[in-house]
Design a protein around this ligand. Structure first.
Ligand code: COA
Ligand code: ADP
Length: 597
C-alpha cells in the first residue's frame, strides 16, 4: 500500500494540479445543504426535538443555579421524545454515557436542549443531546454539556425492529458511523470497568494518614425513599429515567454536602445503565455515600433499588451511578476538600475503586474526547487504555471517511485518488472496485503480515501482541526511501470491525502507538501514522469497493514536497497489486458470513 510518505509525495503534486468536476459537484452539494440549514427553515433532522426552558427559582439550588436533577429530567424528556418520534412507540432510557458539565446555569437564564437520533440499531437507538444556556439580556451563550443516551423501544406484544435513520449532513454521517463503535464500547463497559478495577494498582495512603483530621465516610451516608406516582411515569406506567436520575442527584448532593459542609456543584456523571424497569406504585430506595475525596473533587456513589408490592415484596437493583462533585468559591474556583476516612470492608474497597475510577475516567476522557489535532501521533499503549485507544482508532477513521469535502483528484483505469484539505491536515484516499467478496477482502487485508506480498512500502510485519479478537499490535519495517536514508519502522495498532448492518463498511483502522518493548533503535527511523486504514463496502455479489485512507500533518507534508515529480502513478500500481493479491488469494478462503455485532 501507499505508505504515508510515498502517498504524500503523490498527493502534494496532485493537490495543486487537478481541479476536477467532481470536486465542484461535491462542493456545491455541501453549499446547497449548508444554505438550506443556515436560515433555520431548511433542512432539519426529522427526529430533532428542541426544548427551551426559562430557569425559575423553583428549578434552582441554594446557589441559585439550575439543579442538575432538573436538567437531567429535561434532557431525558427531550431525548425520549426524539427516540419515540423515530420509533413510533414508547421508549425507555437504557443508558447514559459520561456527562461533563462545563457551566452552571443561573436563575433567569434560558436552557436550550436539542436532541436527535444518531442511529437506530435493532430495538435501541443512540440519541445525541446538546445543552446550551443563554443570557437573554446580554445574548451570551454557553455550552453546558453534551450527552449520549440509549433508548430502547418496546411494544406490548411484539419485539421491535426499528427502521434505519438516513444521515444527510456530514455531522449526521459522522455520528451515524461512530455510533456503532460507541455502542460496541457501551455494551462491554461494565466488564471493562470491572477488569480495569481488578487490575488497577493504586497506591493508597490509608494506613499512613492522620485519622484525627478526617471526616468519617459514615457521616455522609444518605438513604431516602420515593414512591413512583403517575406524574413520574409514561402512559404505560414505566418510570421516566430522568426522574430517577433527578432523585439520584438529590441524594448524592446531600452526601457531598455532608462532607464539605457547603453547597457542592456536580461536575460529572459516569456512564451508567438502567438495569431494570420500575413502575408506578414501586418504592425506590436510594442510598448514597462519599466513596473518596481528592484534593478538589469527591466521588459520590448512589444505588437505587425498586421494591414492588405483591404477593411477596420483590426487590430489584435498578441503577448505580458515580458522580463527581466540587465545591466552588465566590470566584468559581474549586476549594480544597477535607479528607475522608472510609469504613473498613466495603468502604475501603469503594475508596480504592474510586481512585482507580478517577484514573480510568481521566485516561478515557483524554483518549476518547481528544481531537485529532490535539492527539500526539503515538500514544503509549497499556491495558488500561486499550478499549479507548481501539475506539479512538476506529472512530477517527470513520470521522475521516464521513467528511463531505473529499475531492476527486485523479483517476486511472477506475482507480480513483481523492484528497481532503482542512486547516491542519491533508488526507487522501484511493478507491477501486474489485471482484472479490467483501468479507474475503476484509480477511485478506486485515492479515497485516501478508501486506509485503503486495505493498512494496512494507518490507516486513511482525505481530507483537494479539490484544483481542479484533485488535493487534504490529511492528512494521518499511524500506529506505533513498540510498542515504535509514529504513523506517512503525509500531501500529490495527483494529478491525465487521459492519453492524449492510450500510456500514468493513473497517481496518491503523494508528501508531508506543510500546516500552519496541523503542526507537539506531537501525531505523521511527515513522508514525496518525489515522489510516481500509474501508470495504459490499457493492454486490463478489463485488467490493476498497478504499484506503491516510491522514497526515501538514508539517510532515512540507518535508516531502520537493520530490514529487514522476510519482503520480505509484498509487495506481500499488492499488493494482493489491487487487491482484485479493484476486489470487480469494479462493483460499471460505467466505465468512456477515456477522453483525
Ligand atoms: N447500554 C445501551 N444499550 C444497552 C445496554 C447498555 N448498557 N444493555 C442493553 N442494551 C440494548 C441492547 O444493545 C439491545 O439493543 P438492540 O435491540 O438495538 O440490539 C437492547 O438494549 C435490548 O437488549 P436485550 O439484551 O434484549 O435486553 P436486556 O435484557 O439487556 O435489557 C433493557 C435492556 C434496557 C431493555 C433493560 O435493561 C431494561 O428494561 N432496563 C430498564 C429501562 C427503563 O425502564 N428505564 C427507565 C428508568 S427505570
Ligand atoms: P459498589 O458497592 O461495588 O460500589 P453498588 O452498586 O452496590 O456498587 O453501589 C454503588 C454505590 O452506591 C457505592 O459505591 C456506594 O457509594 C453507594 N452505596 C451502595 N450501598 C450503599 C449503602 N448501603 N449506603 C450508602 N451508599 C451506598
Amino acid at each position: 500500500m501507499i505508505s504515508s510518505l510515498a502517498g504524500l509525495h503523490i498527493l502534494w503534486g496532485l493537490a495543486s494540479v487537478f481541479s476536477s468536476r467532481s470536486s465542484r459537484k461535491s462542493a456545491s452539494r455541501a453549499e446547497d445543504l449548508n444554505s438550506t440549514m443556515a436560515d433555520g427553515e431548511g433542512y432539519r433532522n426529522p427526529t430533532e426535538v428542541q426544548m427551551s426552558q426559562l430557569v425559575l427559582p423553583c428549578h434552582t439550588n441554594h446557589r441559585s443555579e439550575l439543579s442538575i436533577g432538573q436538567l437531567l429530567k429535561w434532557i431525558d424528556t427531550a431525548a425520549c421524545l426524539s427516540a419515540e418520534r423515530h420509533a413510533g412507540c414508547p421508549c425507555v432510557t437504557a443508558s447514559m454515557d459520561d456527562i461533563y458539565f462545563e457551566h452552571t446555569i443561573s436563575v433567569g437564564h434560558v436552557v436550550n436542549i436539542k436532541a436527535k437520533v444518531n442511529r437506530a440499531f435493532n430495538s435501541s437507538m443512540e440519541v445525541g443531546i446538546q445543552v446550551t444556556s443563554e443570557d437573554l439580556c446580554s445574548e451570551k451563550q454557553w455550552s453546558v454539556c453534551k450527552a449520549l443516551a440509549t433508548f430502547v423501544a418496546h411494544r406490548e406484544l411484539s419485539k421491535v425492529k426499528l427502521k434505519q435513520t438516513t444521515p444527510l449532513t456530514e455531522e449526521e454521517k459522522t455520528e451515524h458511523s461512530v455510533a456503532a463503535e460507541r455502542r460496541r464500547m457501551r455494551l462491554v463497559y461494565a466488564d471493562t470497568i470491572k477488569d480495569l478495577l481488578a487490575n488497577c494498582s493504586i497506591q493508597d495512603d490509608l494506613e499512613s494518614r492522620d485519622c484525627s483530621r478526617m471526616v468519617p465516610a459514615e457521616k455522609t451516608r444518605v438513604e431516602s425513599v420515593e414512591l413512583v406516582l403517575p406524574p413520574h411515569a409514561n402512559h404505560q406506567g414505566n418510570t421516566f429515567g430522568g426522574q430517577i436520575m433527578a432523585w439520584m442527584e438529590n441524594v448524592a448532593t446531600i452526601a457531598a454536602s455532608r462532607l464539605c459542609r457547603a453547597h457542592p456543584t456536580l461536575k460529572a456523571i459516569e456512564m451508567f445503565h438502567f438495569r431494570g424497569p420500575s413502575q408506578v406504585g414501586d418504592r425506590l430506595v436510594l442510598k448514597a455515600i462519599v466513596n473518596n475525596a481528592f484534593k478538589h473533587s469527591m466521588e459520590v456513589g448512589v444505588c437505587v433499588e425498586a421494591y414492588r408490592q405483591g404477593a411477596e415484596t420483590h426487590r430489584q437493583h435498578i441503577n448505580s451511578a458515580f458522580m463527581t462533585f466540587v465545591v466552588l468559591d465566590a470566584d468559581d474556583q474549586p476549594q480544597t476538600l477535607p479528607l475522608i476516612r472510609p469504613q473498613p470492608g466495603d468502604g475501603e474497597r469503594r475508596y480504592r475503586e474510586a481512585s482507580a475510577r478517577k484514573k480510568i475516567r481521566l485516561d478515557r476522557k483524554y483518549i476518547v474526547s481528544c481531537k485529532q489535532a490535539e492527539m500526539p501521533l503515538s500514544v503509549p499503549w497499556d491495558p488500561s487504555n486499550q478499549v479507548y485507544l481501539s475506539y479512538n482508532n476506529v472512530s477517527s477513521l470513520k470521522m475521516l471517511v464521513a467528511k463531505d469535502s473529499w475531492t476527486l483528484s485523479l483517476e486511472i483505469n477506475q482507480v480513483r485518488l481523492y484528497i481532503l484539505e482542512d486547516d491542519k491536515f491533508l488526507s487522501f484516499h484511493v478507491e477501486m472496485v474489485v471482484h472479490v467478496d467483501a468479507a474475503q477482502a476484509f480477511q485478506l487485508l486485515s492479515d497485516l503480515p501478508r501486506r509485503p506480498e503486495w505493498d512494496k512500502h512494507y518490507r516486513s510485519v511482525e505481530l507483537v501482541q494479539q490484544v483481542d479478537e479484533d485488535d493487534a499490535i504490529y511492528h512494521v519495517i518499511s524500506p529506505a526511501l533513498s540510498s542515504d536514508t535509514k529504513p523506517q519502522d512503525f509500531v501500529i495498532l490495527a483494529s478491525r470491525r465487521k459492519p453492524w448492518d449492510n450500510r456500514d463498511p468493513y473497517v481496518i483502522a491503523l494508528r501508531s502507538v508506543t510500546l516500552p518493548t519496541h523503542c526507537e533503535t539506531p537501525e531505523y527511523k521511527r515513522g508514525e501514522t496518525l489515522c489510516s486504514g481500509f474501508c470495504l463496502w459490499c457493492e454486490g455479489d463478489q463485488l467490493t469497493r476498497v478504499s484506503y485512507y491516510n491522514q497526515a500533518t501538514t508539517g510532515f507534508l512540507n518535508l516531502v514536497t520537493t520530490n514529487v515529480a514522476g510519482l503520480s502513478s505509484e498509487f495506481y500500481t500499488t492499488f493494482k497489486a493489491c487487487e491482484q493479491f485479493l484476486l489470487d488469494n480469494r479462493s483460499d478462503l471460505v467466505a465468512p458470513s456477515l456477522q453483525t455485532l
